[in-house]
Design a protein around this ligand. Structure first.
Ligand code: G6Q
Length: 547
């Protein structure tokens, strides 16, 4: 690659496989899932695949063997195999930031070799993990004492974006495995309410703050960290308290030291770990304290099992590749603009929020790797809620609205909390929803139930709505790791086909820079001149107005 960036590639929509997919959709669009199932009794047994403990049924997607073959050809034409190899090799595939993308090294077993700029990074990863383990054990055992000699009972993670969403999601997802004598809180928003509400009932003498920030410069996190330090020092009566009540997770040792945290209590990571790909790096320190080092290692093993599958399985049985390509099919050919993620497990309640960042910050891009405007739609909007709550809220639109909303249903065979019939009732809903979405209910069926003619149209379900069902045995740390890695690699698969950089996030810069300027203006006298557009000027004036 030259300094100018990567060599131009063929426009996506001009690729032979893209054109073939378009032609194929033109005929397939008229075919109903009802017919696909009626014409092939084995469809549900055939269109599924399994890896790292996750079973994916994609038979309720609007695809045939031909579609899958063409999607596979598209992936091959777009160089997906080479992109996967390049990622695992440590090439600088994050071209706009000139960085390697090696979250897979975070979960590679000790003894593996993965090099960045000639250095094997696996021993460094293992060394940080070992330090995290020692620290996590000392908190969990009570050996680590606060400034006044009390043991730590509350852990507050301060971070935002990638330094928050992964830790919160993982804590909630693995809560069943967590030490219930410890309380975990997560502060991310610069809105003071977040800090105040998270700490109002905490005893500072028993509270540990983990300041999680890759850069250690992020406005929200630094503001919350300063507030936390003032809160702890005021309560404990001494600056010396910081040493026992603050640790940092960062790549910026200088910034950490400047803040006043001894770098002995800093857990590092590297520029080749993107923020939204860092929940299994030291950013996962709160997770490790919550569930213990063994469970954290099991989660890493789950990630790694999916990584190895992604790296080695042929595309036609490769879970992340299939999920990614099916997403492209729905997005670019069916014209779907969103994806609903519907976990049927209360512990996964923050999973959709986590996925929103992973998918939308990664693939919400408008230019290709070489800077040309993309010629096809890129990442869809991801959203969702745990089932069955969503069923009583937005599922109406998924079933009978005018937009196609592909859904990912996620469920488990065994519950973590056995409680009467609850789990059967929960899972019956998963299966019922995907069945209803695929097959719908015709006017004839509705009439046959004795529905009066005027009401029939209202009660008809078109069906033909595409869904994935991901089924696993139980929500374990291993399963969670595999699930997150599945989506990480599906995102990469899609980014590779769209030819975009899934690992940068320039789109968050402009708002940040403008906010920096406006902060000064909000704190200036109400008469200070403003030079924004008339709308922004008038809003700022109204905010600054003394009455
Ligand atoms: C993620 C993004 C972004 C980042 C936050 C926090 O991929 O880069 O969400 O994680 O802006 O950044 P710091 O960890 O540097 O505070």
């Amino acid at each position: 690659m030259s300094e100018k960036g990567p060599a131009p590639i063929q426009a996506l929509t001009a690729r032979p496989s893209w054109k073939a997919l378009q032609a194929h959709w033109n005929t397939l669009s008229a075919v109903h899932l009802r017919d696909m199932f009626a014409n092939d009794a084995t469809r549900g047994d055939r269109l599924n695949t399994e890896a790292a403990g996750l079973y994916l049924d994609y038979s309720k997607q609007r695809v045939t063997s031909e579609t899958l073959g063409l999607l596979n050809a598209l992936a091959t034409e777009c160089g997906l195999r080479e992109r996967i190899d390049a990622m695992f090799r440590g090439d600088k595939i994050n071209v706009s930031e000139k960085r390697a993308v090696l979250h897979v090294a975070l979960r590679a077993p000790a003894g593996t070799t993965i090099t960045v700029d000639g250095v094997n990074v696996v021993p460094e990863v293992q060394a940080v993990l070992a330090r995290m383990e020692t620290f996590a054990r000392s908190i969990r055992s009570g050996d680590w004492k606060g400034h006044t000699g009390k043991r730590i009972r509350n852990i507050v993670n301060i971070g935002i974006g990638g330094s928050d969403l992964g830790p919160v999601m993982a804590y909630e997802a693995l809560r069943w495995y967590s030490d219930r004598s410890l309380a975990f809180r997560f502060v991310s928003n610069v809105d003071g309410t977040d800090f105040v509400e998270a700490t109002r009932d905490l005893d500072a003498a028993e509270t540990l703050f983990i300041v999680s920030s890759k850069t250690f410069t992020t406005l929200e996190t630094m503001t919350n960290a300063q507030t936390a330090r003032a809160w702890a020092v005021a309560a404990l009566g001494s600056n010396a308290a910081v040493a026992k009540h603050f640790v940092a997770v960062s790549t910026n040792a200088e910034g950490v030291a400047k803040f006043g945290i001894d770098t002995v209590n800093m857990f590092g990571f590297w520029d080749w770990v993107g923020g939204r790909y860092s929940m299994d790096a030291a950013i996962g320190l709160s997770t490790m304290i919550a569930v213990g080092p063994e469970n954290f290692r099991a989660m890493l093993a789950g990630f790694n099992a999916m990584d190895e599958h992604f790296r080695s399985a042929p595309f036609e049985r490769n879970l992340p590749v299939l999920m990614g390509l099916l997403g492209i099919w729905n997005n670019n050919f069916l014209g779907a603009q969103t994806v609903a993620v519907l976990p049927y497990d209360q512990y996964l309640k923050r999973f959709p929020a986590y996925l929103q960042q992973l998918t939308m910050e990664s693939n919400g891009k408008h230019v290709t790797l070489e800077g040309a405007t993309v010629d096809a739609a890129t990442g869809p909007v991801y959203w969702g809620e745990p089932g069955t709550n969503g069923q009583h809220s937005f599922y109406q639109m998924i079933h009978q609205g005018t937009r196609i909303i592909p859904c990912d249903f996620i469920g488990f065979r065994k519950p973590l909390n056995e409680l009467g019939r609850h789990h059967d009732l929960l899972m019956a809903n998963v299966f019922a929803q995907t069945e209803a979405l695929a097959f719908g209910k015709t006017a004839e069926q509705v009439k046959a139930e004795g529905t009066p003619d005027w009401l029939v149209p209202h009660r008809v379900f078109e069906g033909n709505r595409p869904t994935n069902t991901i089924l696993a045995d139980q929500l374990t740390p291993h399963t969670l790791g595999a699930l997150v890695a599945l989506y990480e690699h599906a995102v990469f698969t899609q980014g590779s086909v769209w030819g975009i950089d899934s690992f940068d996030q320039w789109g968050v810069e402009l708002g940040k820079a403008l906010a920096q300027r406006i902060i000064g203006e909000l704190e200036a006298p109400a008469t200070a001149p403003l030079t924004h557009d008339s709308s922004t000027n008038s809003l700022i004036r109204r905010y600054r107005s003394p009455n």
